[in-house]
Design a protein around this ligand. Sequence first.
Ligand SMILES: [Zn+2]
Length: 468
Amino acid sequence: MAGRIHPEDLETVRERSRIDEVVAAFVQLRPAGGGSLTGLCPFHDEKTPSFRVTPAKGFYYCFGCGEGGDVIGFVQKINNMGFTEAVEFLADRCGVQLRYTEGDGGPRHEPGLRMRILEANQAAAEFFAGQLTSPDAVEGRRFLHGRGFTREHAELFGIGFAPRSGTGLREHLLGRKFSRDDLVKAGLVRENGWDFFQGRLVWPIRDAGRSTLGFGARRLFDDDRMPAKYLNTPETIVYKKSHVLYGLDLARTHIGKKNQAVVVEGYTDVMACHVAGVDTAVASCGTAFGADHSRMLDRLMTADAHSGEVVFTFDGDAAGQAAALKVFSSDASFTAQTYVAVEPTGLDPCDLRIQSGDGAVRELVARRVPLYRYVMRNTIERFDLDRADGRLAAVRAAAPLVASVRDAALVSGYLRELAGWVGLNPDEVRAEVTRANARKVPHEPPPIPAAPPASGEGTDPGLKHTSA
Ligand SMILES: [Zn+2]
């Protein structure tokens, strides 16, 4: 068993870890007078800030949910860590080398697993980045060049190359005195001893504090034995796919300042946005954008979350429409306003930048429309509105969407808009929505109508008809 942390070191860690700085990595804070700071509580859902940090006392407290404590308690709670692990986390942050008093198993001189994994990830990121200039990586460089990125861009995002040998990373890290066991726990090396990523272009995925949590990797070679075009680090104690956003390290402060976050679909889209000046762009990694992701973004925006915007970019195709619908159905988890930006020709931000330049990417985001409008237009456009039965069917398909909106203040506006689109009397539409509400099982997610057929190549994303 581990020894106890030396009391002197524990004191040093407490003294050097400023609670306002530690909290600010997770919560957007603003002055609240009397030397205190305030922001949205990271431990419960709220729209007005009741979370308070008092740096002079080294304490935080939430008047909403009653959570409170010192800097170590905050780290324990937010990272779901034990006491020792939280102290190690902070020691790492403020550069304190911990000593351990003798415990059951004698002194322990090595830091905790979380720290070791972060260190291994950092060393791996540096190794991958170094490999990008190797002759072996020519395909990787060609890919980046083809996507409109320069060497400087690659360096800014820390992009690297995982060698094809399948043992390059393992050998390098074992040489740096990382244990094989830790490399497996970091998801860098497989149980069978092979490197997790082989012959792939690699993006480091970092947290808001710029620690590397894991990697995303793109297939480059036809003989790649892993079928997936994109591979991500498996779940580890530091990499949880529902809690990571690619680009967050670069976007964090801009999201806070602009009160806007742009959610795109892939690594190269995040890159294209940042390079083009949309510096609030992030992407979920290997999973759909979910409620945990939205909470992460909400926390970074200013205390008045109602004025914050989350802008999703989706492909105009069927998959993109289904993704938009999914976000719409889970909209209750957003405190920010939700928008969608869809390129009429279906180009993603990366392709759009290649074809039309940086300005077009900024334009795309500037032309955003409310998500509900996009989703409802997509739903009703599958019906022939020139026919009476088509209009009725369209309203029946859209009614569950309106019924799923929790904010009653919004519903009547949506109703009128829907009635206008299909050319029916608002009362008729209201009746359908009431019927849809009655069918709804409480506490169940709203029904999701089937996405339009995938063959609908020219499916109109509906934006050109809206006047937003
Ligand atoms: Zn709270």
